[in-house]
Unconditional design. Structure first.
Length: 188
């Protein structure tokens, strides 16, 4: 985003590119062997290789924390709002509740397949046919995200790359490793 100030005090706001998720993760402590496994994984991801990252604290929508109500439902996009800032989902169990803050991902495009991670900005409940009203999402849906595409509410993830130089390896004590951090950024 860019902000330009005018002599009149007016601010001009510009979105130069679509927002991307860019989390920074800190692991407080872990066993020595766990730290070595994670460091080995980081080493294999050099050269801007992609990986999928999901939030371990929110594997399913908040109203269905274990995913039991969702079960084996095959969810897809019913409609995309005219402004690409809202979406209606279908294929949900009747009465299924989605809450503000729930995530979902959509794979779209070809060569390569792209993945969009989106967050609901308002709650909604599926009607008797399993379809929600149009719900606001962040960020806006990218070109190529259309009605009919499959949606994943279970373990929604973003395709990411590690930010070069943004990895801090763990420090090791006699009983455990601690202080490992890394940053990544979404890659479409």
């Amino acid at each position: 985003d860019q902000v330009d100030g005018q002599g009149t005090g007016e601010l001009l706001l510009f979105e130069l590119a679509s927002p991307l998720w860019a989390p920074e993760i800190t692991v407080d402590w872990m066993s020595y062997s766990e730290a070595l496994r994670i460091e080995a994984r980081f080493n294999s991801l050099t050269g801007l290789r992609s990986f999928y990252l999901s939030n371990p604290f929110a594997p399913y929508p908040a109203a269905d924390p274990g995913g039991t109500l969702l079960g084996a439902s095959i969810v897809s996009i019913a409609t995309v709002g005219a402004d690409n800032a809202s979406v209606s989902l279908t294929g949900l169990p009747a009465g299924y509740a989605l809450t503000e803050g729930d995530f979902f991902h959509v794979d779209f495009g070809a060569n390569p397949v792209r993945r969009g991670l989106f967050q609901l900005s308002e709650p909604g409940v599926a009607d008797i046919t399993g379809t929600t009203p149009e719900l606001a999402v962040f960020p806006h849906l990218w070109t190529g995200v259309t009605a009919g595409l499959a949606v994943s509410l279970a373990y929604p993830s973003a395709k990411c790359i590690l930010v070069p130089g943004a990895i801090t390896n763990a420090t090791f004590s006699r009983s455990r490793a601690e202080g490992m951090t890394f940053s990544c950024v979404q890659r479409l």
